[in-house]
Design a protein around this ligand. Structure first.
Ligand SMILES: CC(C)(COP(=O)(O)OP(=O)(O)OC[C@H]1O[C@@H](n2cnc3c(N)ncnc32)[C@H](O)[C@@H]1OP(=O)(O)O)[C@@H](O)C(=O)NCCC(=O)NCCS
Length: 181
């Protein structure tokens, strides 16, 4: 799927949101690892990454050519500072209406409106792709993310008290959220 939009950030800078392409492979992989070094709220640790730059290029090219999935990158002053994606829960008829959402922003660029802009872009693309529901899971302590999703109309539909087991904080409760499109 393709996407392109420019938004104004809270500090006056511009942020370009666009679908990622193979050309973003190296920077996207570096950002992916950096984001996992900067927060304990994502699924994996940095050293658990098994993708090479070539894998990332192939991944982004596949998403750019897909009609149902996409990866959006956020750029500020030419630097890749955030990523978000929608992926299908499955291809079988009974779950074709459901998409999953994931978002991450490099810490130095938090609080500027990039997370919200990425979320809005994903919701818009999910609608355009024909999905009827968008879903996510979020660590309950991740106040910024939970607030952001709630403000946008995501509603909680369950919790897993032992969803993640963090090396730092032990069990992390996961909240499951969904939004009807
Ligand atoms: C969650 C995350 C994507 C938010 O990105 P961001 O660019 O900082 O988000 P924004 O600046 O657009 O702010 C989004 C919303 O967060 C909420 N928020 C901002 N600051 C907050 C604070 N101090 N406390 C609680 N909520 C806050 C607000 O609802 C804000 O919306 P508003 O600006 O309309 O008021 C980012 O913090 C991140 O990448 N975290 C690490 C990875 C992660 O947790 N991803 C989500 C996994 S489910």
């Amino acid at each position: 799927m393709e996407y392109m939009r420019t938004v104004d950030l809270k500090d006056g800078r511009k942020c370009t949101l666009r679908h990622g392409t193979g050309n973003d492979g190296r920077e996207a992989l570096e950002a992916f690892i950096q984001m996992r070094e900067e927060t304990d709220y994502l699924l994996t640790y940095p050293e658990e990454n098994t993708s090479s730059v070539e894998d990332e290029i192939a991944y982004l090219e596949k998403k750019a050519g897909s009609e149902r999935e996409m990866e959006i990158v956020a750029e500020v002053d030419g630097e890749l500072v955030g990523m978000a994606g929608i992926s299908a829960v499955g291809d079988s008829f009974k779950v074709r209406h459901r998409a999953e959402l994931g978002i991450s922003v490099i810490r130095e660029f938090w609080h500027l409106g990039i997370g919200r802009a990425l979320m809005d872009a994903c919701v818009e693309c999910a609608k355009d792709a024909g999905y009827e529901q968008i879903e996510l899971s979020v660590v309950a302590d991740n106040e910024r993310a939970v607030t952001m999703y709630k403000k946008d109309g995501f509603v909680e539909f369950g919790r897993n008290p032992r969803g993640f087991k963090s090396r730092i904080s032990g069990y992390q409760e996961l909240i499951y959220m969904r939004k009807e499109l």
